[in-house]
Design a protein around this ligand. Structure first.
Ligand SMILES: [Zn+2]
Ligand SMILES: [Zn+2]
Length: 272
């Protein structure tokens, strides 16, 4: 059976982040920046029900990704996966904790998770989810694109990535200078241009791109979409923006000739 995955962005932006990844019976919440009542209401609107979780993954310890981790772990009675560096800054004394390495793939209820470290002013990871050839790559909160990121996202039919700000809007906007510097730095957030540059390097398998974590002050969906669409040119890739206050529900299907990576080599998966 060809793999299918459902990726439901419940909330995206500096006001709080949470995305549900569902495949083959596994349900994993990535980040916990919004509370249980919001998660439940948005699950209800996207899926028609509030679903149980097998686990949560916290990408990094910033509040907009982690502030409700304790509340959600209790509400959904699920373990919380973090890197050791994140766990040190986010003790969560009452939660069941699981540690993953920055570069070590792991499995949650049959769902494969492949992390990769990314540059930010807190220890952060990009994640690829894989289920029977269906692959989705996800990354927000990075100051620049590491060289290996495009290769890490190889074979992903869906890529969700940060397009945080337009550099001119940021420079001319209301943020204080220290914050402008922080956002624009090599360990801050990704600009539309940086996101577009990565999009242009993504492989042919990528059919859909979702722009995440847009600043409400220093960006507009129109600017972000225009940059990315210009960069990918004629290729048939659907590009959309995720939102702070609205759900975005996406389906990922394994390509007809799904590929899976194994220590640098390419293994073709059989059809069917
Ligand atoms: Zn963030
Ligand atoms: Zn952050």
């Amino acid at each position: 059976m060809m793999g299918r995955m459902r990726v439901t962005v419940l909330s995206s932006g500096s006001g709080g982040n949470a995305t549900l990844v569902s495949a083959g019976g596994a349900r994993v919440l990535v980040d916990a920046g919004v509370g249980a009542s919001t998660i439940e209401a948005r699950m209800q609107s996207a899926l028609g029900e509030v679903v149980p979780l097998d686990a949560m993954i916290i990408t990094h310890p910033h509040g907009d990704h982690a502030c409700k981790a304790s509340e959600l772990a209790k509400r959904f009675e699920c373990p919380v996966w973090m890197t050791e560096a994140t766990q040190r800054r986010l003790p969560l004394p009452h939660a069941r904790k699981r540690v993953f390495g920055f570069n070590t793939p792991f499995d949650i209820a049959g769902l494969r998770v492949e992390p990769m470290p990314v540059p930010h002013d807190a220890p952060n990871v990009a994640l690829v989810f894989e289920h029977r050839g269906a692959r989705a790559g996800m990354v927000t909160d990075l100051g620049h694109v590491p060289n290996k990121l495009a290769a890490h996202f190889e074979g992903c039919q869906l890529v969700l990535l940060e397009a945080n700000h337009d550099p001119e809007m940021l420079a001319g906007g209301p943020y204080p200078d220290f914050l402008k510097k922080r956002v624009a730095s090599r360990t801050g957030h990704l600009s539309n241009q940086q996101a577009a540059h990565l999009c242009a390097r993504l492989g042919r398998e990528t059919r859909e791109i979702v722009l995440m974590h847009l600043s409400e002050t220093n960006n507009t969906p129109m600017l972000a979409l225009a940059q990315v669409r210009a960069a990918i040119g004629e290729r048939r890739v659907k590009v959309r923006c995720a939102h702070q206050d609205a759900v975005l529900d996406l389906e990922v299907r394994a390509s007809a000739q799904a590929r899976t990576r194994s220590k640098g080599s390419q293994l073709a998966l059989p059809f069917g």
